[in-house]
Ligand binder design. Sequence first.
Ligand SMILES: [Zn+2]
Length: 259
Amino acid sequence: MLFLVNQICSDSGCLSRARLFAQAKEHGTLVRSEHTSCPNCQTKQEDASHLLHCPDAGRFSLFRTEVKKLEEWLCKSHTDPELSRILPLYILRRGESNLSEIQYLSRDLQPFAFEQDLIGWDNFMIGQISGQLRQYQYVHLLNSPSIMSVDDWMAAFIGKLLHIVHGQWIYRNVSKHHEKLGSIRRAERRELLMEIDRLIHVRPEEVPEESTFLLEVDFARLRKGELTSQNYWVHAIKAAMVAGRRRTFGTSPRRGADS
Ligand SMILES: [Zn+2]
């Protein structure tokens, strides 16, 4: 039996099925629609499944941190001790090995492990969990001093899983934002360099005498310099050319003459 997210109670403070699936689908659909490379590991054709399998060290470090928090929650939430041991291990393997392959798995947990292996790790992370887990934890809670119901436990557990997925999504989006900013800056720099290469050929007689020092700059150094210095020089030389034309012709420059 498959314990789906929609079997979690949707009232009494539990996460609703709609919200959980909306989050999970959002992660997949948006990544799929962009068809771009991963901003962290540069894998081409980043698809939905890449979100939880990115090999980038920063992404995995965040993943590990979040799994550690989940592990702490399991320990303090009256979770069966064996589940507390195997669930973080299973999550950290990111689908590279089956749940049933975890060492020292007890015979009692094998039905859960085999069923979950059929459902898959990626589905597990978005809340598609074998009903055997609920049953196993239910028996444990019955024999514990906890007043938590098994449905509340399942809802909280799936919420923690989705939090891990969401963390990866946020990390990825922040990286993408910085990547876009970087590419805008690179485009600005390319345009400025083209402008500098064009203005290098301005002759001294085209600018007022007091501005000729602008033509004495070390162009090789200017090309390698800061964006601000390059911008300053380009604007200064353009202003000097306009002033030069005014002096020569004694009139305002023609429209577009300074471009
Ligand atoms: Zn990646």
